[in-house]
Design a protein around this ligand. Structure first.
Ligand code: GRF
Length: 211
C-alpha cells in the first residue's frame, strides 16, 4: 500500500493534529503525515509535531499584509515542495480564497465543531447552548469556497445536557472530533469517498453518522 502524503494546517494547540498523527503511526493507516504547516509562528501544535519527528513549516500570514493570495501562494509552494496529496485543516484560522480551494478540490478536509449545516462560524458551543439545541457535535467535510460548507464526510452527535457549560460541551465535542477526523481521512485516503451531486458517498453509500 502506498500511503498518501498528508499535510495538516494548524494555527493553535493542534489536538486534532495529534489525533491524526497518532492514527498515522499505524503503518497500515493509508496516510502518512508528511508536513505540519502553521500560519502562526507561536502555535503550540508546532512543538508537538516536531517532538513527533514530523517536518514543520511556518507561513506567517502577517508577512504578506493584506495580500491573501501571496500568502496562499507561499502555502501552496510549501505543500508542493513536500509533494502533498491531501491536506487537513485542523484549527486553521485563515479563510482561504477560491483560488486556493480550487487547487485542492476534493483533497482538502476541514473539521468543524458543530453538526453542519447548523452553527457555521465561531462560538459554536455557546450558540448551541443559547439556542436550546438538544444535539450538537462535529463534522468533517471537504472544503469549498463558502465557509463551513461542502460535502460532509463524517459527523458525530453529542447530546447537550441540562446545565452544560460551553467548556464542558466543547470537551465532549472534542472527544468525538478526535475520533471522526482520523476515520474520515482514512476513507478519503483509501479512495472510498466520491462526491456526487454535492454530497459524499462512501463505498457508494451516503455518509454514515457516528453516534
Ligand atoms: C477544533 O474544535 C476544531 O473543530 C476547530 O478548531 C478547533 C481546533 O482545536 N476547527 P485543535 O487545535 O485541533 O485542538
Amino acid at each position: 500500500m502506498v500511503r498518501k502524503r498528508v499535510a495538516i494546517l494548524i494555527s493553535g494547540r493542534g489536538s486534532n493534529m495529534v489525533a491524526l498523527i497518532e492514527a498515522a503511526k499505524d503503518q497500515t493507516y493509508p496516510a502518512e503525515i508528511a508536513l505540519v504547516v502553521s500560519n502562526e509562528p507561536a502555535a503550540e501544535g508546532l512543538n508537538r509535531a516536531a517532538a513527533e519527528g514530523i517536518r514543520t513549516a511556518v507561513v506567517d500570514h502577517r508577512k504578506f499584509g493584506k495580500d491573501r493570495e501571496a500568502f496562499e501562494r507561499a502555502l501552496q509552494d510549501e505543500l508542493q515542495t513536500h509533494k502533498i496529496q491531501l491536506a487537513c485543516l485542523a484549527g486553521f484560522l485563515r479563510l482561504l480564497t477560491p483560488w486556493f480551494v480550487r487547487q485542492w478540490d476534493g483533497r482538502l478536509l476541514n473539521i468543524h465543531p458543530a453538526l453542519l449545516p447548523a452553527f457555521k462560524g465561531l462560538d459554536t458551543h455557546a450558540r448551541a447552548i443559547a439556542t436550546g439545541a438538544t444535539q450538537h457535535g462535529a463534522t468533517v467535510h471537504f472544503v469549498v469556497p463558502e465557509m463551513d460548507s461542502g460535502p460532509i464526510i463524517a459527523q458525530a452527535a453529542v447530546a447537550v445536557q441540562s446545565g452544560d457549560t460551553e467548556a464542558a460541551l466543547a470537551a465532549r465535542v472534542l472527544e468525538v472530533e478526535h475520533r471522526i477526523y482520523p476515520q474520515a481521512l482514512r476513507w478519503v485516503a483509501e479512495g472510498r469517498v466520491r462526491i456526487a451531486d454535492g454530497r459524499c458517498l462512501i463505498d457508494g453509500q451516503p455518509a454514515a453518522t457516528f453516534s
